[in-house]
Design a protein around this ligand. Sequence first.
Ligand code: ASP
Length: 384
Amino acid sequence: MTVVPLVFSALVIGVVELGKGRGLGRVATSTLLYTLVASTLSVFIGVILVNLVRPGDGFPLSQSSIDAQVAGVMKNAAESKPFAIALVELVPKNPIEAATKALSGEMLSLMVFALFFGAALSVVARRREGTNPLLAVLEQIFDASMTIVGWAMKLAPIGVFSIVFGTLFKNGSGILASLAMYVGVVVVGLLIQQFVVYALMLKYVGKRSPWAFFRACRDVYLCAFSTASSNATLPLSLETAELKLKLPPRISRFVLTIGATANQNGTALFEGVTVLFLAQVYSIELSLGQQIQVVLMSIIAGIGTAGVPGGSLPLIMILLQSVGIPAEGIGLILGADRLLDMCRTTLNVSGDLVIAALVSQGNADPLPVGSGSSHLASDAGGVV
Ligand code: ASP
């Protein structure tokens, strides 16, 4: 019910946020570039690990549960198109039709439309002075959609209990070992991104000692871990960037406020792993093309994910549907989600600080006065 309004508003707002930095020229371009590179690496690490370990293979889902899904999967397979046609159809002829198709899981063309619309809206917003009423409406649409999701999540404890109880009853307790392996894959992936990818980026691009950097960010990590919210951690990240990491405020404010919304490496990794894990659970073989689609959509979904606890869950359901995996499969992992949310949020916030450091290194010259503080004022209390 909330898929279309939620995805559309979240992506448009995310892209407009990214576009706000146009006045900052090089800073904005390098922020965008590092965000894409870091997200892509992070999703790849997750996808490689989950393919190597295959935690979902040991998930003893009963044959009848699998059979029940086969009909749906066959239907999806019958509908799958050749790669070239799928590529052309990424740009929808009719956005309303794309929105209708999104309801049955074909999400990508609506996402592409939202990306274009967001880019255009940020151009329009720059041309006109004052507030942008359409953006305000979209923010309210996003808020209202998240409120509906919040209502549904009130039922989550009962729903998760029922799904996990039903699955354990039908399939035996062996699923716990599988779930533990799945959690392990996500956590190891996050650690590799933090201590290998970020460390290398800091050392070779940022020209800083990674360990000193990580030590200076300890409080931020703790705050992100305990709140599971990038937005709630933003004030502390801003303070740490300025006072402890000594990053130029105008750059760090810009990168960090945008990053809280648009740079979510931990979430992107978690989304990729979860989709592939559930494909393994339901014995659905995803082709290379479909795995690439998962990678792409996880990167885009990272941009549209709200920096709040559980912000990525609605988007995961959309990702699942789009590759023909039963969306209710999410119930199987919800029991472990809070812990994973705390871990992935820590990486999300850490990634923002790393990118702020890299961008500062490449743009050491002074920026125009006032180019960062306005974003801080308008975004710190924003919805996304
Ligand atoms: N809790 C995450 C954050 O605030 C978003 C998510 O992955 O659910 O960054």
